[in-house]
Design a protein around this ligand. Structure first.
Ligand code: FAD
Length: 344
């Protein structure tokens, strides 16, 4: 209808795999739009580990989550993808010549094919059950570290026993005024090496570790001043306040498939079942690539998602340009591909 956005391909999820799909589709003259709940591209890479190094991207010996995203954005630039950020794809409906997808922000997108690159689904950090925590979120309580500088010279309290909690304890300790790690018990899910390093820092008097839990927050206008802790102090259980200007609770993420679950696609263990030739779901014209799909031998790796994007694009071409013959070409030697990339 009128007011609807029209595109050849709609990619749901702007994680690394959704981003690379723009490239593979673009080479085949398929124009793409993307939708993401997050306010920026990059998916898990930018949301969960922007400053962590990745070591298994082919030909990039070391690249951080943020750098990988920046490079993908640069690589897909010639294809001028359009982003609909901070909105969730809610409904999918088949029409005579394609699909209509709507988002919770009211965007209506008409598309010939749908590519679900939704990763772990609409992932949201688990919120600790602390009264009034909403008021502090985004100001002094954070569920991820976007910029380390925001934590410099702060009194940081980190809660949790997994890799995120331990990694950020070790990464922020050198720049913080003070770091205190709080965990329910002295057993950790995190890598033993990180746990050992943390205890080493405690021994050297460079940070604190407390067994216990945070039971309350103190502060005003979104600025945290202290956290109330029920835990071990001097060998006894006590309730006490700990000065804190930043709180990082790492209680894990809820991996909910979200609206995608109601789209009538065949699922297995909350993942979308696809074939390994076209990475198409049980519905023709709806593809699933990256962490969201499942097939025998699936590895949840970025490089696998890149491969899946390339094969998906071949089949998408049949639906978007049914009258055109697809000729296999290399980017190194094809003049027409190089023209699309703007390098010739
Ligand atoms: P994601 O990155 O999960 O992106 C999916 C996007 O879809 C998200 O942004 C989400 O908001 C969005 N979305 C979902 N549902 C909707 C909806 N309904 N509407 C709108 N948007 C939606 N992999 C490696 O290969 N090498 C590594 O070294 C490595 N290290 C890792 C370290 C950590 C700490 C973590 C957590 C993961 C690591 N991974 C690594 C895994 C890698 O990050 C994932 O395989 C990769 O991010 C999957 O990409 P994706 O694009 O499929 O999904």
């Amino acid at each position: 209808g009128s007011g609807a956005v029209k595109t050849d391909a709609l990619i749901i999820g702007a994680g690394p795999v959704g981003l690379f799909a723009v490239f593979e589709l673009g080479l085949l003259d398929i124009k793409a739009h993307l939708v993401d709940i997050l306010d920026r591209p990059g998916g898990q890479c930018t949301e969960l580990y922007p400053e962590k190094p990745i070591y298994d991207i082919p030909a990039l010996p070391v690249v951080t989550g943020q750098e990988l995203t920046d490079r993908l954005m640069e690589q897909i630039k010639p294809f001028e993808p359009e982003f609909h950020l901070s909105q969730r794809a809610e409904t999918l409906r088949r029409t005579d010549d394609g699909f209509v997808v709507t988002t919770d922000a009211g965007t209506v997108i008409e598309t010939k094919v749908v590519i679900i690159a939704a990763g772990g689904g609409s992932f949201t950090p688990k919120r600790p059950p602390l009264p009034g925590i909403e008021d502090f979120e985004g100001k002094s309580v954070f569920y991820s570290v976007r910029r380390m500088e925001d934590f410099r010279d702060e009194d940081i309290v980190i809660v949790g026993g997994g890799d995120s909690a331990l990694d950020w304890t070790l990464n922020l300790q050198p720049i913080a005024k003070k770091v205190t790690l709080i965990h329910r018990r002295d057993k950790f899910r995190a890598a033993p090496d990180s746990v050992n390093k943390m205890f080493q820092l405690v021994e050297e008097g460079k940070m604190d570790f407390t067994i216990g839990q945070v039971t309350g927050l103190k502060g005003a206008d979104g600025q945290l001043e202290a956290v109330t802790v029920k835990g071990q102090r001097d060998g006894e259980t006590a309730t006490f306040d700990l000065p804190a200007s930043r709180l990082l609770p790492f209680f894990g993420l809820t991996m909910k498939l979200g609206p995608v679950e109601e789209w009538g696609l065949e699922l297995k263990d909350n993942l979308i079942v696809v074939d390994t030739e076209k990475f198409e779901s049980s519905q023709q014209g709806v593809f699933a690539i990256g962490d969201i799909n499942t097939y025998p031998g699936k590895l949840k790796l970025i490089l696998s998602g890149f491969h899946e994007a390339a094969l998906m694009a071949q089949q998408a071409h049949r639906y978007v340009h049914p009258d055109k013959k697809l000729v296999f070409q290399y980017t190194t030697s094809s003049t027409s591909l190089q023209q699309k990339l703007g390098v010739r």
